[in-house]
Design a protein around this ligand. Structure first.
Ligand code: NAD
Ligand code: MG
Length: 385
């Protein structure tokens, strides 16, 4: 019996994980400790009832009464607010999924690592903001961080535990998102609805828009550096419209191992859930003959300036990752709210990086949470319109 918690259970990744757990409910393999969500109280309460969770937590203090009512008679505890999220993360569990979106996932993920759990990490933002902080917390507690991002799960699997010194480079693939084939001059007028559709993956709205701008891939390049201890020049991005190969690991002996699969997050989530074993998952088999061919192209950095920014952020080090992520989150808020054009997001992130770098450099080490959160706030303020 494994005790598991899901942070961000009501989101796209979280719900896929709930689906996998639900399929095993009769087997007695899992005991669900905590499920967390945001404003969708009905969904959170239903999940908590279905999975017989110990506690359900909404991130919003003002929704506590609503959550209590929705859970009446179920035996599931109700709690609300950021402190309750941390308390839930501190409850003993064997496996915790970090699937909150944005830097808001950092504090609960860190709290759970400090208990020495397996942290299955979908929340790439926390590694971008505070990679060293998370790595140190994991090392101090003999906790394990398992990647859930599909590209990083693919790298992890292709590495197969081999020494990182035998790796020459790692290539993560990008579908190219909604605007891959749009004429460049149309991009400035791109609407939120147009940016919120993805050719291959069903995901939350924020990451879907980040796929269209390639900010998602930019975060993933930094995530790969932090997760696997790679040098920036070892991490490559290739556009692969079919999203069948998720990543490739090239070794010093000239061999390359690619990881393939249907674009379905339940593979990467289920892999982390079953690790170090493998289990049967509800993921479609690959039919390469039906696909016929796989195609690849070099990413165009005029179309996707976020990729260049990721390299500059890795070069700068220190708090640059936290600033990059926070400025991106602010610009994305402004785009979604109709205050900013799609093509103004990258320049806004770039000017925020320059402004904060000019003020005090990025020399602080992302080794304590308060410092990271201070830089996060300063970057959001600077980036806000
Ligand atoms: P989503 O928007 O669908 O869900 C986000 C979840 O976080 C929801 O449960 C929401 O209630 C909760 N949440 C939002 N703001 C919060 C806050 N301030 N405090 C606490 N909880 C909050 O997002 P998603 O697409 O499932 O993505 C989740 C994470 O996984 C992101 O970091 C994303 O980059 C990563 N990821 C997602 C996918 C995917 O297929 N969706 C793939 C790879 C990585
Ligand atoms: Mg990904």
């Amino acid at each position: 019996m494994r005790r598991i918690s899901i942070f961000g259970a009501t989101g796209s990744v979280g719900a896929n994980c709930v689906d996998l757990i639900q399929r095993e409910m009769g087997s007695g393999a899992f005991q669900v400790v905590a499920l967390t969500g945001g404003r969708n109280i009905a969904r959170l309460a239903q999940m908590a009832r279905d999975l017989q969770a110990q506690i359900a937590v909404t991130a919003h203090d003002d929704l506590l009464g609503q959550l209590r009512d929705a859970l009446a008679g179920s035996g599931v505890e109700a709690a609300a607010g950021p402190a309750a999220l941390i308390e839930a993360a501190q409850r003993p569990a064997d496996w915790v999924l970090s699937a909150i979106v944005g830097a808001a996932g950092l504090a609960p993920g860190l709290a759970s690592l400090r208990r020495g759990n397996i942290l299955a990490l979908a929340n790439k933002e926390s590694l971008v903001c505070a990679g060293p902080l998370l790595r140190n917390a994991a090392a101090g507690q003999s906790a394990t961080i398992l990647p859930v991002d599909s590209e990083h799960s693919a790298v992890f699997q292709a590495l197969g535990g081999e020494n990182i010194d035998s790796v020459k480079s790692v290539t993560i693939t990008a579908s190219g998102g909604a605007f891959r084939d749009w004429p460049l001059e149309r991009l400035a007028a791109a609407t939120v609805a147009e940016a919120s559709t993805h050719p291959n993956w069903a995901m939350g709205q924020r990451i879907t828009i980040d796929s269209a701008s390639m900010f998602n891939k930019a975060l993933e390049v930094i995530e790969a550096k932090e997760l696997f201890g790679l040098r920036p020049d070892q991490i490559k991005v290739i556009v692969h419209p079919e999203s069948i190969i998720h990543a490739m690991v090239s070794h010093i002996d000239g061999g390359t191992i690619a990881h393939m699969g249907a674009p379905d997050m339940r593979h990467a989530i289920g892999y982390a859930l079953n690790w170090p074993n493998r289990g049967v998952l509800p993921v479609a088999d690959l039919d390469l003959a039906a696909l016929g061919r796989l195609t690849f192209r070099e990413p165009d950095e005029t179309r996707w300036p976020a990729l260049r920014l990721a390299r500059e952020v890795m070069q700068a080090g220190g708090m640059a990752g936290a600033v990059f992520n926070a400025a991106k989150e602010q610009a994305l808020d402004d785009f979604i709210a109709g205050r900013m054009a799609f093509t103004d997001m990258a320049p806004r992130v770039e000017s925020t990086l320059s402004a904060l770098s000019a003020q005090s450099g990025f020399s602080a080490d992302p080794h304590d949470l308060d410092t990271v959160l201070q830089w996060d706030r300063a970057a959001r303020q600077e980036a806000a319109i």
